[in-house]
Design a protein around this ligand. Sequence first.
Ligand SMILES: Cc1ncc(COP(=O)(O)O)c(C=O)c1O
Length: 396
Amino acid sequence: MQIAERMQGVTGSAIRELFKLLGDPAIISFGGGNPAKECFPKEEIRNIADELLRDKADILLQYGATEGYLPLRKAYIEKILPDLGLSAELDNVLALTGSMQGLDLICKAVINPGDVILVEEPSFLGALQTFRVAQAKLVPVPLHTDGIHVDELEAIVEEYRPVMFYTIPTFQNPTSWISGIEARKAIARLAAEYDMLVIEDDPYAALRFGGEKLPTIKSFDTSDNVILLSSFSKTISPGLRVALCCGNKELIRKLTIAKQGSDTHSPNLNQAIIAEYLNRDLLPSHIKEISAVYANSAKIMTDSMEKYFPEWVHYEKPIGGLFIWCTLPDGWDAAELFKRAVERKVAFVTGAPFFVTPGKGNNTFRLNFSAEPEARIRQGIQTIGELLHEMNAERK
Ligand SMILES: Cc1ncc(COP(=O)(O)O)c(C=O)c1O
């Protein structure tokens, strides 16, 4: 059987592989990017779904428009975009089956094999995989604890003339780091100067529990070269698979055509649930509630890290998002730590797959703090801490 060239050398996501382990309830997992199941607005969604199926079943159970369920697109324009400093017309927005689909459609519409895509290093595994399947050449832009450094980005853009730059400016995956306002302005400027498409992937910005809210890159976009991906996976439910994007009308049209050949349209019922959720103004208070939950989980995790981790493990305390990024001293192998941790029923994700540069990031790993209850966070961090001490003693 032939396998297409585009699939060669593309391995499954390390996290997807990890999901297989999660079938074992004894495993304490800091691996995925899952919201806490206690944070799903189950009652509201059940009520909304009941009402929708009572009142609108004939529309919602039928085929729908590829562009998306109209009330959802309108609710996005009216309830979400203004808070991000944005206004849009209907033709600027497309509903997506998760923002992952947005990445895939953008590649289908924009990327030819060999085209250069700039990615933050480290970056989100799902995006890296999608870009690789599109046969793009991935060029890393170093990410720092204070986000993208404009001088570095500008030099790389000048050298490589990329078709696209993929960035997660707020509470980045895997680091939770933030690019500041100057970087955001500069990214929008470079998009205009070099006619470079910028994908601003923004699933975590709402999950803020410290610091000041920052304007989107899209809000500085004078050339219409920035496309914003907005997902409800982390704020409402990832299982509903509802996201939207906002961008250039011509590009949105091309993405819509690509979507026709992908899944025809996103499930109507799921889109309608999110539309109703937004129109009933349930989201702001829900976000407030879950941000407080995540602030608490993050604190329990960092308190435990302070207590149990050796002082030479480097990490920043997060003020939003779902992750803590850890760096061990040079020469350490996070894969060995992972192997031992899984034997002791604790899982996380090793950092190397988030890097594009071969051999980089072997001493890094990512912890997710949102998916486990307090006692298991403490227990899991204690186990990792013990393993770090144990491995350090062996090195001497
Ligand atoms: C940066 C980033 N983008 C996109 C996604 C996927 O979002 P969705 O569930 O909307 O496809 C994730 C999920 O982990 C993510 O971390």
